[in-house]
Design a protein around this ligand. Structure first.
Ligand code: PMP
Length: 455
């Protein structure tokens, strides 16, 4: 198995860095002018883009992004799934323009008919009978976690090491010593020690889940059907079924966050794999880029919640802690209706999954031919390579496989050759506008930059 020469890697990064700087004078200038922004960027995580400064957006359409220096990229990042429908999809843009323009009324506190259409569509796809809307996946998780605690009368949430569900306090936990959850590295100022709110288990390890559930204080297991925020770590056969069984046995709810794993198919992994959640969460992509999110609950969860609201010990109408002023607004629901109805259709998913398979095969061919000790995992329309072989089985193993330098080199080298990968991962997502030529271009470029690394 070939080894990476670290001195050579440092040289390669420096060369790519120099190219990046030379190609993007306007982006660099704008970054330097951003002095009233914390970290010089609109949101601090935008500094995650490698190169010393981010690219500045000029415009984006379909799967192309153009920066202010006049370069156009094939975009496989797609807003880390926010733009899974492609950038500014026509049907969504037209619906949004109608709502904003001729029809009028963006946020009024009144329901619109679109919301009912979207609720019915979410039921058709994901199976949950009852839905509420949010503007982000974080909020969907946050509010649904409250409902889970209310419905079960239990205080804690069980999560997996190195999961990510948005900025939800309870979820920044990893398994710690003596079976206690502890804060994951980098967690910003948790309000209370994580062991008070959370039980942490290890992905693909049902015994670790059962050990934590046996305490009898878990309201819900909150998980993605595959971890997607520490590379893609797929569930082993029987793991998801095992979670369902354990949740039922120990009186916890199964809460599935499909914000990323929606890529598995038009009904997400829930439909593809026949999962049976009690609570379902989705966000990012369903509004085609317009802030949108949703959570679905089973009739049993709804009945348990309603028993409390009827008794007057929980408030879902006023300031009880569930809901936001702009949630379910007319613009967001119009965007969801158009995106689900006309863009992220069953036919679109079939094409996107086929392209992701070609993408994955292309990466695997280079890894095989050059005997590179990495792995690649596919989840429907999404594919991701990781610097470990075999593919990690747990979040902890996948976290240990992270390599800042290889990561920086790959992202910069791909960007300098006209391909954008998600900055937080080596994730590539297909959208309805992605073509076979785009995938083939990635395959050839991936081979070129990996070959340079292992030369
Ligand atoms: N859930 C999952 C699985 C996610 O990956 C993310 C974001 N990467 C979120 C929730 C939070 O989404 P948002 O930042 O849009 O609230």
């Amino acid at each position: 198995m070939p080894e990476i020469d670290r001195a050579r890697l440092t040289e390669l990064i420096a060369a790519e860095q120099a190219t990046y700087t030379q190609r993007h004078p306007r982006s660099r200038e704008l970054f330097e002018q951003g002095t009233n922004l914390f970290g010089k960027v609109p949101m601090t995580w935008m500094n995650k883009w490698t190169g010393g400064f981010p690219l500045y957006l000029d415009h984006a359409r379909g799967n192309r992004i153009s920066d202010v220096d006049g370069h156009t990229y094939v975009d496989f990042a797609l807003g880390d799934t926010g733009a899974m429908a492609g950038h500014s999809p026509r049907a969504t843009v037209e619906a949004v323009a109608r709502r904003v323009g001729d029809l009028g009324g963006i946020t009024t506190m009144l329901p619109s008919e679109d919301a009912q259409w979207v609720g019915a569509e979410l039921t058709r796809r994901f199976g949950m009978p009852l839905w509420s809307f949010t503007l982000t996946a974080t909020d969907a998780n946050r509010w649904a976690v409250r409902l889970a605690r209310l419905a079960t009368g239990r205080p804690k949430i069980l999560v997996f090491g190195y999961c990510y569900h948005g900025s939800v306090d309870e979820t920044f936990a990893i398994p710690g010593p003596e079976g206690k959850a502890q804060s994951r590295p980098g967690n910003v100022a948790p309000p209370v020690p994580l062991e008070l709110t959370t039980r942490a288990a290890t992905w693909n390890d049902l015994a670790s889940v059962e050990r934590e559930l046996a305490h009898g204080d878990v309201a819900a297991i909150l998980t993605e059907p595959a971890l997607t925020n520490i590379g893609i770590v797929l569930p082993e056969p029987g793991f998801m079924e095992g979670l369902r069984g354990l949740a039922t046995r120990y009186g916890a709810l199964l809460m599935i966050d499909e914000t990323h794993t929606f890529s598995a198919g038009w009904g997400g992994a829930t439909r593809e794999w026949g999962l049976e959640p009690d609570i379902f969460v989705i966000g990012k992509s369903i509004g085609g880029g317009i802030p949108s999110g949703a959570y679905g609950i089973s009739s049993e969860v709804a009945a348990a919640v309603t028993s409390h609201t009827d008794a007057g010990d929980a408030d879902l109408i006023d300031v009880g802690g569930v809901g936001g002023t702009l949630a379910g607004n007319a613009l967001s629901t119009a965007a969801m209706r158009a995106t689900l109805g006309e863009v992220l259709t069953e036919e679109a998913f079939a094409r996107m999954v086929e392209l992701a398979t070609a993408f994955t095969d292309g990466v695997q061919a280079t890894l095989d031919e050059l005997d590179v000790p990495w792995s690649v995992s596919q989840l429907g329309a999404r594919s991701e390579y990781r610097f470990a072989r075999p593919a990690p089985r747990t979040g902890e193993e996948s976290a240990a496989a992270h390599d800042d330098d290889i990561d920086a080199y790959m992202h910069l080298a791909m960007c300098n050759r006209g391909i954008l990968m998600t900055p937080f991962h080596n994730m590539a997502l297909m959208c309805p506008d992605t073509t076979r030529a785009d995938v083939d271009r990635h395959t050839a470029t991936f081979r070129e930059v990996v070959e340079a690394l292992y030369a």
